[in-house]
Design a protein around this ligand. Structure first.
Ligand code: SF4
Length: 428
């Protein structure tokens, strides 16, 4: 028996409530179970319970064993003085207040349906990535969607928090913040860290001073990223980049060895996804957008956004996937699914974060609208849900599915999940 399950049972009053008796034999009637407390202190606040002839208003504390009261050091803790009922599974000892009076107790042992306990155990003891997979198809579509929507919103709030932290570190400079979020996203999963580090070191202010000349912009990005180090026999284009970077390094007083080449990960990446190609695509994006803020925050529709990310990389990076490594065939501009991931991780997160910061629902709604217009991602997580006949129709749904699996299913938080609650509620 786990305490979190007893919380669930009390919260939803999932026990046989006929003729409840306290440990000392008084009748108990639950008028209101109280409000679940997720902070420190008793588990339920402001409960209303009739014990014997007296109606009490106060708090409820829940434990697997009554003796846990002492183990958790609640005796003498003033936060627990207002506990009116101690709900336990095993009533192994009487529990007293400071003044020696016994706190009324209620044992749930024998009052919870066996089927409910079995279903709960099937969920939490199941090693499957989605523990409810056997029951999932029976869950109402509205319940699934409501959980998915809730998961998506918490994902967007979490990402917005990250954006806000960057924004505060950047002294409330949105251009610099957007630049950092954008760079991090161009690193995709594997190289997001060195890309973010690069953005912090190079800064958007320096980029803005070089963006009129593609050679200067590429020199700044590739030089600061460490890609121009230790080149044995540079061709003409690379020689120009090295020369230009030396000039910029001096002009901007950039330190030596900001990022080492070894920080970039190439393993298991296809050449078209190498960080060198992504850097060149980032340079192409930056070269055509003077103000990131107005481009991204005030963009009108998805088509406008798609065009933003469609500019191909420069000629050299269509023919080389690494410096001095020629590609056997032309390297294309960024593909549709990569562009979609980039838009989800930049535009949507930024719009939502900006909406929160400005307390303006319109930006948040625009972020949600774009998500519902973007194609769903295809990855191991979305495939898992697809295997349960729950195919995401757009990025709104796939993002919700990703959050649900990562933050609820993997953590076995089925009791906090609406889908889990419906499965368990069907047990009665
Ligand atoms: S968290 Fe929800 S969706 Fe995930 S396994 Fe548990 S009940 Fe199913």
């Amino acid at each position: 028996m786990k305490e979190e399950f007893l919380h669930y049972v009390w919260k939803f009053q999932k026990f046989i409530k006929n003729e409840l008796k306290s440990g000392s034999g008084e009748t108990i009637v639950v008028i209101n179970q109280g409000v679940y407390n997720t902070n420190s202190g008793p588990d339920f606040l402001n409960s209303r319970i009739k014990i014997g002839e007296m109606e009490w208003v106060g708090n409820v504390e829940i434990h697997v064993r009554a003796s846990d009261w002492e183990k958790h050091r609640h005796s003498g803790d003033s936060a627990y003085e207002n506990v009116i009922l101690h709900v336990v599974y095993e009533n192994d000892t009487p529990v007293k207040r400071k003044d020696g009076a016994i706190i009324p107790s209620l044992s749930l042992k024998g009052l919870i349906e066996g089927q409910l306990i079995t279903s709960y155990e099937q969920l939490v003891l199941n090693d499957a990535i989605i523990p409810c997979e056997g029951e999932f198809e029976r869950v109402n579509e509205l319940t699934r969607f409501s959980m998915l929507e809730g998961s998506l919103i918490s994902r967007l709030y979490r990402k917005a928090k990250f954006v806000e932290e960057l924004w505060l570190k950047n002294n409330a400079d949105w251009e610099e913040t957007i630049f950092q979020v954008l760079c991090q996203a161009y690193g995709f999963k594997l190289n997001s860290e060195p890309f973010l580090k690069l953005a912090r070191m190079v800064t958007f202010k320096r980029v803005a001073k070089t963006r009129n000349q593609m050679l200067s912009l590429e020199a700044l990005l590739f030089g600061a990223a460490g890609w121009l180090e230790d080149i044995e026999s540079p061709d003409e284009y690379i020689s120009q980049l090295i020369h230009q970077y030396n000039f910029l390094q001096h002009k901007f007083q950039l330190p030596e060895n900001m990022i080492s080449k070894s920080e970039w990960k190439l393993l298991r990446l296809r050449p078209a996804n190498f960080p060198t190609i992504r850097l060149a695509q980032l340079a192409a994006f930056l070269a055509q957008n003077e103000s990131l803020f107005s481009r991204i925050i005030y963009c009108k529709d998805l088509e406008e956004l798609k065009k933003l990310f469609s500019t191909p990389q420069s000629d050299y990076w269509r023919k080389h996937y690494l410096i001095e490594k020629k590609a056997s065939k032309e390297i294309p501009a960024m593909g549709v699914s990569s562009k979609s991931i980039l838009m989800i991780n930049t535009i949507v997160s930024l719009l939502f974060a900006y909406g929160i910061q400005k307390d303006n629902e319109d930006y948040k709604q625009k972020a949600l609208l774009f998500l519902s217009q973007l194609k769903p991602e295809k990855n191991n997580i979305t495939k898992k849900w697809e295997g349960l006949n729950w195919k995401a129709k757009n990025a709104f749904e796939s993002q919700g599915q990703i959050e649900l699996l990562n933050n609820y299913c993997k953590a076995k938080k089925c009791l906090d999940c609406k889908i889990g609650n419906e499965i368990l509620s069907n047990c009665n």
